[in-house]
Design a binder for this molecule. Structure first.
Ligand code: MD3
Ligand code: FE
Length: 211
């Protein structure tokens, strides 16, 4: 497809990674409302790393599988360790948006089974890491940014590579697939600010095929 003047702006970030600026903007209210419903059922919490430190980012999940960290390690599981119950169902608006974004980036038929909800307040950062707890690295990852802007750190395939800084704003969507799937990445400390709809926070939705 030839991109035209009025198409969604697409910025290639790297091999297999595409930034879809504003892709979720029109649906951001519905997405945030659905995220709040998820959080009401499975509260945000600071998970503990295997090393015993509480993570700065507050997290919860929805969908069949949820990412968890504790003293025993990182993994995906079908139940919320706080309640012992299944994670909240993945909201329809989440699933639809993730599928459309993946297709726009060239990955047809993306059906995520896990959605991690990350919440940042000013000062919160996420240090450089790889996402390697999923069973199928062939599936892309779709991430949706809501609320306060952030600077995404886009590293290379080696931790030592100096990361590029990519500004992400409310409604931006990034699709990471192919060779970009295993790059090191993180989020710089969130700057102070107030978002007109979401207030003093950034909420990030990360859709994955985990199982
Ligand atoms: C690039 N979250 O939860 S999402 C994470 O903004 C995570 O909350 C960040 O990294 C956040 O693991 C970034 C974007 C993202 C997710 C997975 C990736 C970027 C990725 C996997 C490979 C490369
Ligand atoms: Fe990650």
């Amino acid at each position: 497809m030839t991109p035209g003047l009025f198409d969604e702006p697409q910025e290639p970030l790297g091999d297999g990674a595409v930034l879809l600026r504003g892709f979720a903007r029109d649906e951001s209210e519905a997405l945030f409302a659905a995220a709040q419903a998820v959080i009401a059922e499975a509260p945000l919490r600071h998970m503990v790393t295997p090393g015993g430190l509480a993570m700065a980012v507050a997290m919860t999940n929805c969908g069949p599988l949820g990412w968890v960290s504790d003293r025993r390690g990182y993994r995906y599981q079908g139940t919320d360790p706080l309640s012992g119950h299944a994670w909240p169902a993945m909201p329809g608006v989440f699933r639809a948006l993730a599928g459309r974004a993946a297709a726009a980036a060239g990955f047809e038929g993306f059906e995520p089974d896990a959605c991690l909800v990350n919440r940042y307040v000013p000062g919160t950062r996420l240090s450089l890491h790889q996402d390697r707890d999923e069973s199928d690295y062939g599936a892309p990852i779709v991430s949706v940014s809501l609320g306060l802007p952030a600077v995404f750190l886009w590293g290379g395939t080696k931790r030592a590579n100096r990361p590029h800084r990519v500004p992400l704003d409310h409604g931006d969507v990034v699709v990471w697939g192919g060779p970009s799937r295993l790059v090191f990445h993180g989020v710089a400390p969130l700057a102070p600010g107030e978002h007109e709809r979401l207030g003093t926070q950034r909420v990030n939705l990360t859709f994955r095929k985990a199982g």
